[in-house]
Every structure is written in structure tokens, then in C-alpha cells.
Design a protein around this ligand. Structure first.
Ligand code: 13P
Length: 248
């Protein structure tokens, strides 16, 4: 059976003071259990996460990584730097990066490879817009996003990624995919992974993200192919994030 992972994506939120209180709340309230927990912080706060979370059961990660190894790439953060600060995870291909920074499927695939090469687990995000869903293109779009990543990986690498299905229309909108809708896409994604390696596909955690809250987490997480959550807004409140972890 796959372990569940609940990962918070803080996006561009927080401050030293706010993070300290959030992390203290999480550490105090977390019941040691059989679920993986992580927070993905803005890069300047990774050192703070490392200092506050080292020795706890909460892992930390970043929200993006450079496709380049090192060198003259002003403003970018290398995978090796994330490792230096103890990151277990890095989000790649979030829809906000795809939409606002023009990240292509191919770039996301290359970033995935770069993270793996450095020993950081990529949380690879895929998801369709409302327009694409309404046009009946969900499988085409989401399948294409995942296939680009699959093309770049061998089976051993595939076994070291986390996938996240985040319908764009559900992100920050309060509209959640129904458990049935999400399960349908998760099953399609696992079938794509199976075409590469059926055994490995059974082990890959596939998270759901998009307005996951304490009151809808339980139903979503009960679906057979939903292995956790990638949580935005609700991850900024210790009580809400802990409630989602409790549901998992
Ligand atoms: P919300 O939970 O705020 O909808 O954000 C989801 C998300 O984008 C996580 O990466």
C-alpha cells in the first residue's frame, strides 16, 4: 500500500515571524503517524525550515528549481543548492509557473531530471484549465503533460517522483474537483505510468491539489488512486493543515 503524502505549497506567502509561528504550530500539533508531511517554502525561507524542522518528521522543499546545473543564470536556484538546505522535495511545473513563466512540458521534464540528478524528489504538477475541461480535452492535456515527463525518465527515475494532479480551475477558487472527477484523472495518470512500468506505477504517489480543505479532504483522500494532497491556502493555517493531515 502507498503511503500518503500531504505537502503544503506556501506559494509567495510568509515572513520569518509568520513561518516561525506556523511551523511551531505544526510541530506541536502533529501526531506521529503513517503519513508523509512536507512544506514547500519560498527559497529565502529554506534555511529557516531547515533550522526549525531538522529532527522533526516534517520534510521541507522548494517551489521551483533551475533547469541548469550552475553558472550565469541570475536569479535562479540550482537543485544542488536545494539539497544543501536539506530539501527533500521540489515542486516542478506548477500551473502558476506554466502560466506566468511560460514553462513548457519539455522544460518541466528537464527540471524533473535535474532535481532527480541532485537527489531531490520532484513533485511534478499537471492539470487542465476550465476551458480545456469544458472542451473535453482533459485527458489530452494532462496526458500530454505527463507523457513529456515520462519520455525523459527511465523506470528507476519514475519510481522516485511524486505526481500531483491540480486542475487549474480548482486552484485558489474554492471549487474542488469531486472525488469521482479527481479519481478518474488519477486513474488515467496511473495507467500512463503503467505503460512505462506497471510495477513502478503502483508505487508512485499521485497527489490531488486544488482547494483541498479540512471539510473535503477525507472524501478525496479515500479514493483509491489519490495518495495525498498538495495544499495551498489551507497549508498557511496550522489547524487546517493538521486537519488535512489527520484526514490522510
Ligand atoms: P489551493 O489549495 O489554494 O487551491 O492551491 C492549490 C495549489 O496550487 C497547491 O499547489
Amino acid at each position: 500500500m502507498r503511503r500518503k503524502l500531504v505537502a503544503g505549497n506556501w506559494k509567495m506567502n510568509g515572513s520569518l515571524a509568520a513561518n516561525a509561528s506556523l511551523l511551531a504550530g505544526l510541530k506541536a500539533g502533529l501526531q506521529e503517524g503513517s503519513c508523509d508531511v512536507a512544506v514547500c517554502a519560498p527559497a529565502p525561507y529554506l534555511a529557516q525550515c531547515q533550522a526549525e524542522l531538522k529532527g522533526s518528521s516534517i520534510a521541507w522543499g522548494a517551489q521551483d528549481v533551475s533547469v541548469h546545473e550552475s553558472g550565469a543564470y541570475t536569479g535562479e536556484v540550482a537543485a544542488s543548492m536545494l539539497l544543501d538546505f536539506g530539501c527533500t522535495y521540489v515542486i516542478v511545473g506548477h500551473s502558476e509557473r506554466r502560466a506566468y513563466h511560460g514553462e513548457s512540458n519539455e522544460l518541466v521534464a528537464q527540471k524533473t531530471v535535474r532535481a532527480l540528478a541532485a537527489g531531490v524528489t520532484p513533485i511534478v504538477c499537471v492539470g487542465e484549465t476550465l476551458q480545456e475541461r469544458e472542451a473535453g480535452q482533459t485527458d489530452l492535456v494532462v496526458g500530454g503533460q505527463v507523457d513529456a515527463v515520462l519520455e525523459a525518465l527511465d523506470a528507476a527515475q519514475l519510481g522516485r517522483i511524486v505526481l500531483a494532479y491540480e486542475p487549474v480551475w480548482a486552484i485558489g477558487t474554492g471549487k474542488t474537483a469531486t472525488p469521482g472527477m479527481a479519481q478518474e484523472v488519477h486513474a488515467m495518470l496511473r495507467a500512463r505510468l503503467s505503460a512505462k512500468d506497471a510495477g513502478v506505477a503502483q508505487k508512485v504517489q499521485i497527489l490531488y491539489g486544488g482547494s483541498m480543505k479540512p471539510d473535503n479532504a477525507r472524501e478525496l483522500l479515500a479514493m483509491p488512486d489519490i495518495d495525498g494532497g498538495l495544499v495551498g491556502g489551507a497549508a498557511l493555517k496550522a489547524a487546517d493543515f493538521l486537519a488535512i493531515i489527520g484526514a490522510a
